[in-house]
Design a protein around this ligand. Structure first.
Ligand code: PCP
Length: 397
């Protein structure tokens, strides 16, 4: 059997830390249940990120729907900051206590992946980013990982079942295995061109046997205008100065009239390599860097009991709202009952946390993955890329 949780058990609050079961038992036996407000927020982000992308809300909606509580959340895809609550729960504590473990798990991992995808897309300066990292993670969560990478900004995912969930076509090229079976890059690519339906872009993998420069020329001369791109997944032992290899392939293809053939890069790709190679590469296949993204370390904490601000040491008490300026993007963290702040830039401010579940029902339909992705890309336009990473920290070629 596969060691994955049964969705029914998750929905029934059975995937929970045992101390929540015992707490609910005590509450019920000693009749000490209380009306509380609890908030989900992250104290800090991995690697000093200044912002993160909220993801996993659609699964949280499914998890909490039907519970006799009120839930406010930021729209999925919202760029948020440390200390800003992204979800608020209000109700009798015992009605949602058993869901904390699953709720946090849904948000922590998906938001980590969506944030890495968004950072890759931001640093790519508009180049294509495809998520190729399903093979690095347990297949039980492939759909979640691919969805988070797509709404975070990736242009496509490789797994067919995930693409189906997203209502998109899967993005794929040719594996080394096909070339090794056939024994030659050109013969293998020709078989692909012969068998696979024409709507699928012809991306030839050119690093398996011969030199990338000569293989790219051979495959371009063979497929001509049918060749969309060449993929370089050059093993690190042969990578040398990868940017120079890309420039050389670009030169040789252009010299022979194949300016339309794009350069697709994969294998060990991260933000720094995208930044360094995006002056020449047209598309990137990113695996581990996205699917194995560090989680956003959310925690859920009570901030009000029976209407009075009350929270543990280290947490600011009281129900809060996060306001954002429509024009400059500034945000404010204020007590929930505070009036809308005015922004120095003159822009109007709006509340990010919206009542989204009331009396167990969603207050409005959830946005589609495409709408969320568009929302993320719009916000990314306003994000300063200079706040990314220490340049040249990466000494690799
Ligand atoms: C890998 C595969 C994945 C890429 C690289 C992800 O290549 O193509 O898409 O890699 P990453 O986790 O380092 O970012 P291989 O497994 O070498 O090749 P193949 O395409 O033949 O499966």
């Amino acid at each position: 059997m596969f060691h994955i949780s049964n969705p029914k058990d998750i929905k029934e609050g059975k995937i929970t830390d045992v101390y929540f079961n015992r707490t609910v038992e005590i509450i019920r036996k000693k009749k000490i249940d209380r009306l509380v407000v609890a908030e989900v927020r992250a104290k800090e982000f991995p690697n000093g990120y200044e912002w993160a992308v909220l993801a996993g809300i659609d699964e949280v909606a499914y998890l909490l729907e039907g519970l006799p509580i009120k839930v406010w959340w930021m729209r999925e895809g919202t760029l948020f900051h440390p200390l800003e609550p992204v979800v608020i729960l209000e109700g009798n504590y015992s009605d949602f206590a058993l869901y904390e473990t699953a709720l946090l798990g849904l948000l922590c991992q998906a938001s980590g992946i969506a944030t890495r995808a968004a950072r890759c897309k931001k640093v790519s300066k508009g180049k294509l980013i495809y998520h190729f990292g399903a093979r690095r993670m347990h297949p039980g969560i492939t759909l979640m990982i691919d969805r988070a990478s797509y709404i975070g900004g990736c242009d496509g995912v490789a797994v067919g079942a995930s693409a189906k969930l997203l209502g998109e076509d899967p993005a794929g090229t040719i594996p080394h295995s096909l070339i090794l079976l056939v024994g030659d890059t050109i013969k293998a690519t020709s078989l692909f061109h012969e068998v696979i339906e024409p709507v699928v872009k012809r991306v030839a993998l050119i690093d398996t046997i011969g030199d990338e420069k000569f293989e790219s020329i051979r495959v371009a001369e063979k497929l001509g205008k049918n060749l969309f791109a060449v993929r370089l997944d050059t093993p690190s032992s042969r990578r040398g100065n990868f940017l120079e290899i890309l420039k050389e392939v670009r030169w040789e293809l252009d010299l022979r009239g194949y300016k339309n053939v794009k350069l697709f890069v994969s294998g060990g790709i991260n933000e720094e390599r995208i930044d360094r190679l995006s002056s020449v590469a047209d598309a990137f296949g990113v695996g581990t860097w996205i699917s194995n993204a560090p989680v956003i370390d959310f925690s859920l904490d009570i901030v009000e009991v029976e209407g009075k601000p009350f929270s543990k040491k280290g947490k600011r008490s009281g129900k809060k709202q996060v306001w954002k300026c429509t024009s400059c993007g500034s945000t404010w963290l204020l007590p929930f009952s505070s009036p809308a702040p005015s922004c120095r830039c003159g822009g109007t401010t709006f509340p990010l946390l919206k009542l989204s579940i009331d009396k167990g029902e969603l207050t409005e339909p959830l946005p589609s993955p495409q709408e969320i992705r568009k929302y993320v890309l719009n916000q990314l336009e306003k994000v300063k890329s200079s706040t990314f990473y220490v340049k040249n920290a990466w000494k690799g070629k």
